[in-house]
Design a protein around this ligand. Structure first.
Ligand SMILES: [Zn+2]
Length: 347
């Protein structure tokens, strides 16, 4: 049943229509950002095609076939050399998955897939193989897959899953029917965290808003460091607007460029841009639900009161330009000083 999967109603409708018409393509490409349920949809298709007591065209979710597909774990073999060239089978003999081993999908795994794709189903009505992070196929693997994509048997279905469809060979893309998945809305994510994860209200709200459309991110984000980043960046905005303070900006720049926090540099820049967006939107009278950081609306509104549209767009442009220069700027500290002082000059 597609219904319990959150979001992407349009995709659900399309897949249902395929099942109703009994025209599920032999090769599909599920494209969209990470953490929005692409693989879940693929497994749902595997269930629907093999269900022994389907409800209409959808899986019953209860028969032995559905139950086995549902309980599949697809363990991660990244440190297990013996398994790097193999299909990872589900609990169901007709449903398997290939995924990168240390970032690359090996040609031997694709060759095994090619062999298995040619067999008739063992126990169900269809064989379904998922290729996870399909963009991780190297040239050899891609070429090996082309043959299978050309004419899979009628009872075999391949679903390539990727967040970077542009990184696939055009010849692979053109042999697949592409379905685009949309990021989830904060509201959809929040509802899921409350209903299925039984999360406290405030935490669900914060995670949903910080998730940028991805359930995976909503669940994995480190809230403490998220809040720390946010605190640091709103302090920068306050030092730019409410209480202009160059010394504080230079100190913030130092903190931002601290080599020990290299991984946090870009997330913090993102945060700064989001906070500018939020303050600006609030100043323009946008409803509070549209702000990512609606839980600190008062601080944002105080900043927003000093923020003209001209200034907000200037700052966002300055941050964007700075970001583009990050790869070439050898001295990050000097570049960051220049960014923050440049923003102060515009104010
Ligand atoms: Zn079933």
């Amino acid at each position: 049943m597609f219904e319990p999967i959150i979001g992407n109603q349009r995709v659900k409708d399309i897949l249902r229509r395929m099942l109703t018409a009994r025209r599920v393509p032999g090769a599909q490409l599920f494209a969209g950002m990470d953490g929005i349920g692409k693989k879940l949809f693929a497994l749902e298709m595997a269930k629907a095609l093999n269900c022994r007591a389907p409800k209409g065209v959808e899986a019953c979710d209860a028969c032995p076939s559905c139950a086995r597909i549902k309980s599949s774990r697809f363990p991660n073999y990244d440190n297990d050399e013996a398994n790097r060239e193999k299909i990872i089978w589900s609990e169901h003999a007709d449903v398997g998955l290939v995924r990168p081993f240390k970032n690359i999908i090996r040609v031997a795994a694709i060759r095994e897939l090619e062999r298995e794709a040619n067999f008739r189903p063992y126990e169900g009505a269809a064989r379904l193989f998922i290729i996870e992070d399909a963009d991780r196929m190297n040239e050899q693997s891609s070429n090996a897959l082309l043959k299978t994509l050309e004419e899979p048997p009628r009872t075999t279905h391949l679903i390539l899953v990727t967040s970077r469809p542009g990184a696939l060979l055009p010849t692979i893309r053109s042999r697949c029917q592409t379905l685009r998945f949309a990021p989830l809305t904060a509201r959809e994510i929040e509802a899921h965290l409350l209903r299925d994860k039984k999360m406290p209200n405030a935490e669900a709200a914060l995670r949903a808003r910080a998730a940028q459309g991805s359930i995976g991110r909503a669940l994995s984000i480190d809230l403490e460091s998220y809040q720390e980043q946010r605190e640091a960046m709103i302090a920068v905005l306050e030092a730019l607007t409410i209480k202009p303070d160059r010394v504080r900006l230079l100190r913030a720049s130092e903190e931002l460029s601290d080599a020990k926090r290299k991984d946090e540099y870009e997330p913090r820049l993102d945060m700064l841009a989001t906070l500018i967006h939020d303050s600006w939107a609030l100043a323009l009278g946008a409803p509070i639900e549209q702000a990512v950081n609606s839980d600190i609306r008062e601080r944002l509104s105080r900043v927003g009161a000093r923020l003209e549209s001209r200034l907000a767009s200037l700052w966002l442009a300055q941050i964007e330009q700075h970001r583009r220069g990050l790869d070439v700027n050898i001295n990050r500290k000097v570049a960051t000083d220049a960014l923050l002082l440049g923003m102060a000059e515009g104010a």
